[in-house]
Design a protein around this ligand. Structure first.
Ligand code: UDP
Length: 251
């Protein structure tokens, strides 16, 4: 490690570990090879996944930054480490859907793949103990996690992210079906995109492939036991690298 030294483990999630550093304005995130689905009922080790997600997230955060979308990202170090600004993450999963898939199709009568125009934005309460439930307007108001202005700001930011990532992926033959964001506030109260943006948190379909299983290049390959998970993530990285410069090394 160069310009930073790893301190205490602050948090361990399903796919990442977050560490303090010697600098209170700097946090180090280690991307793990652990894969989980269905609220961690299904688990596996997928060698190379951490490095791929770290690299893909870094490139996407840099693309967002270049488009003026604020994120927590500062740079990468080695293959699995990302340096970020400390952020108070809002316990909401902000999902944008460009096409119907996943829980939307399980919970209401809509055919998988149906185009959603304008894109649908769904909010979920981020808490594994409750199974990350969908939030109604009334429940969101009752939880009072954000003010009305913050809610408007976070929804606008999520749509801006979609506005950057959708054409970026389209340019490399990938369809951004849906994705989940976590947002938070920096010490100076700036609302930023946090966590990661990777095939673990996005649905990505190969636009050139007709077959409904073969076209999947995201975590649905793991959820649905389709195999080739790391290979699919590698394909996403290869394509994204085609339109993004190498990620900057921190320090
Ligand atoms: N997602 C995520 N973390 C979660 C739940 C969902 O990253 O805890 C992502 C998921 O990979 C997909 C999008 O959010 O890209 C929408 O997921 P959905 O609500 O359809 O739920 P799922 O089908 O994953 O249960």
């Amino acid at each position: 490690m160069t310009a930073f030294s790893i301190g205490a483990l602050l948090y361990e999630g399903k796919a990442k570990r977050v560490y303090a550093t010697q600098d209170p304005d700097l946090v180090a995130v280690e991307y793990k090879d652990d894969a989980t689905a269905f609220n961690a009922l299904k688990k596996a080790q997928l060698q190379g996944k951490g490095a791929l997600n770290c690299r893909i997230s870094a490139l996407l955060f840099e693309a967002l930054e270049a488009a003026g979308v604020p994120t927590h990202y500062l740079g990468v170090e080695g293959s699995c480490w990302m340096l970020v600004r400390p952020v108070a993450v809002i316990p909401l999963e902000v999902v944008i859907r460009n096409r119907a898939a996943g829980s939307l199709c399980r919970e209401m009568p809509i055919a998988p793949g149906t185009a959603l125009e304008p894109p649908l934005l769904d909010l979920y309460y981020k808490d594994d103990a409750y199974g990350d439930p969908f939030l109604s307007e009334a429940r969101l108001a009752r939880l009072a996690l954000v003010t009305a202005q913050q809610r408007a700001d976070l929804e606008a930011l999520a749509h801006r992210v979609n506005g950057v990532l959708r054409p970026l992926f389209a340019a490399v033959g990938l369809e951004l079906v849906d994705f989940k964001l976590e947002l938070g506030f920096t010490a100076d109260q700036q609302l930023v995109v946090a966590d990661e943006i990777s095939p673990d948190t996005c649905r990505l379909w190969d636009r050139a492939t007709e077959d409904a299983s073969d076209r999947i290049l995201d975590k649905d390959r793991f959820r649905q036991d389709l195999g080739g998970v790391v290979e699919a993530y590698g394909e996403v990285l290869k394509r994204v690298q085609g339109v993004c410069p190498s990620p900057r090394v921190y320090g």
